[in-house]
Ligand binder design. Structure first.
Ligand code: PFF
Length: 461
């Protein structure tokens, strides 16, 4: 295959930095600021955080390298990349199913992601209107309850967010995706530091740190280990083709290993800072760490309501949270849109609109799962309270993404020829390469396998 035919028809990132920003934009999102704190709260803190960090380092980074290398080698939407590489490497065509599974996961994840992002949009307006000023924990709880109890209002916010997402994806790789992330990610980071500063002065900072970092393995359940592993995939956007499709727009001479490490570090930093900012506020106000998906929507307004300049900082913060969600959302539907452009001869605008509409419809299920359709159920010994939303979340992050990531590790480690992998990674065949190869061939499959066997009760730990 010539160099020329290995260019994506969708364009390329303008530089290595542009790719890092876009991939970090995809990685850093609601997963870091909304989900990480609430699942840490639900799963008892320290031990959960430790398992999560181990999963990022031992599974996340190596899988990310595999996913980027597959994408860059294929230079097409994940579905067509899998089809083409299977032919090129002489392996079963069935691998194309991995591309399809990713597209399905993208639809499912975005359908609920957009509803939560819609809450963040609503909170921009609430913060700006000053309703948080001086408010009590009960008052904030009631406000949150009003929102999630009202399907019509949520539908409105979800619609706004889906229109925003569709618009950027319609504009394409450079002018759409790249332009958005350049300023927004640094801005988000600065505001998180402002929040952290506030939390340090609550008098409960140490208690927050203690909750997050003192490890007590007796609190670690099977479900918690599965959740930690699933979240490592979710937060790094791995296992469904989002990072693969971004990799397909990456120039040939960028180091995949270095960029993967940078992206994972930035992502982890944001999550840890978010946790360190949020838990002190939880304890200072007598809130419950395990209060579920509403956690940041009940803690952060309290912080903003009691800090000088809170209206301004609060508004800015929720604006940036929306942006972080936005740069993640676009990557969730890019695989489907790229496939429609390649195979159905659609232009990007039509493809993005079609995908956006399907996701929007699916989102209604999540909206209703917080109110009219709410029900409780038990999962691996834990009670979940938000019906279909929780099922979608468990199915996608805890099951589909780890299985997808596992398949990608196997594809790069066992299916592709070693020469192709070495050629694409461009890091020689020294120690680092060897370490990566062992991890994707043995460590990742065994680790993911054990967690699943444990879940279905074949092994116990
Ligand atoms: N990584 C995103 C977050 O942490 O919010 C969510 C996400 C984006 C998951 C893209 C999966 C994905 F493919």
């Amino acid at each position: 295959m010539t160099e020329e035919s290995r260019k994506s028809i969708h364009g390329q990132w303008s530089s290595r930095l542009a790719f890092i920003l876009a991939a970090t934009g995809s990685a850093v999102g609601l997963g870091n600021i909304w989900k990480f704190p609430y699942i840490t709260g639900e799963n008892g803190g320290g031990a959960f955080v430790l398992v999560y960090l181990l999963c990022i380092a031992l599974i996340g980074i190596p899988v990310m390298m595999s996913e980027i290398l597959i994408g860059r080698r294929g230079r097409r939407s994940p579905i067509n990349t899998m089809r083409m590489l299977a032919a090129e490497e002489g392996i079963p065509k069935l691998w194309v199913l991995l591309g399809w599974a990713g597209v399905v996961a993208g639809f499912l994840i975005l359908s609920y992601y957009s509803v939560i992002a819609g809450w963040a949009v609503a909170y921009v307006f609430r913060a700006a209107s000053g309703v948080f000023t001086g408010v009590t924990a009960d008052g904030i709880g009631a406000m949150f309850g009003d929102l999630v109890g009202n399907p019509e209002a949520q539908l409105g916010w979800h619609t706004i967010f889906m229109v925003m997402t569709t618009m950027v994806v319609a504009r394409g790789v450079r002018s759409g995706l790249e332009a958005a992330v350049r300023f927004l990610m640094p801005g988000l980071f600065v505001l998180l530091l402002v929040l952290l500063g506030f939390s340090m002065n609550t008098g409960y900072f140490e208690q927050g740190l203690d909750f997050m970092f003192s490890v007590d393995f007796s609190k670690l359940s099977t479900a918690a280990v599965l959740t930690a592993m699933g979240h490592a995939f979710f937060t790094l956007s791995l296992g469904m083709g989002a990072i693969m499709v971004y990799g397909s727009y990456l120039s040939r001479n960028t180091s995949i290993a270095k960029t993967s490490v940078v992206i994972a570090l930035l992502d982890t930093l944001v999550a840890l800072i978010a946790g360190m900012a949020i838990f002190p506020i939880v304890f200072a106000n007598g809130l419950e760490p395990a209060s579920g998906p509403g956690l940041i929507f009940q803690t952060l307004p309290l912080a903003f309501g009691h800090m000088p300049g809170g209206v301004l900082f609060g508004t800015l913060f929720f604006v940036l949270l929306v942006f972080a969600a936005w740069t993640s959302a676009i990557s969730l539907i890019e695989p489907a849109v790229a496939w429609l452009v390649e195979n159905r001869d659609m232009n990007r605008v039509r493809a993005a609109t079609l995908v956006g509409m399907i996701t929007w419809l699916l989102g209604i299920v999540t909206i209703l799962s917080f109110n009219r359709w709410a029900f409780e159920f038990d999962f691996a010994g834990e009670t979940k309270g938000s019906g279909i939303f929780d099922i979608l979340d468990i199915l996608t992050s805890n099951i589909m993404l780890p299985l997808g990531g596992l398949a990608m590790a196997i594809f790069a480690g066992w299916m592709m020829k070693k020469t192709s992998v070495v050629d694409e990674l461009k890091m020689g065949e020294g120690m680092l390469f060897k370490a990566w190869y062992v991890v994707v061939r043995y460590v990742t499959p065994v680790a993911v396998g054990i967690v699943f066997l444990n879940l279905v009760g074949v092994v116990r730990f």
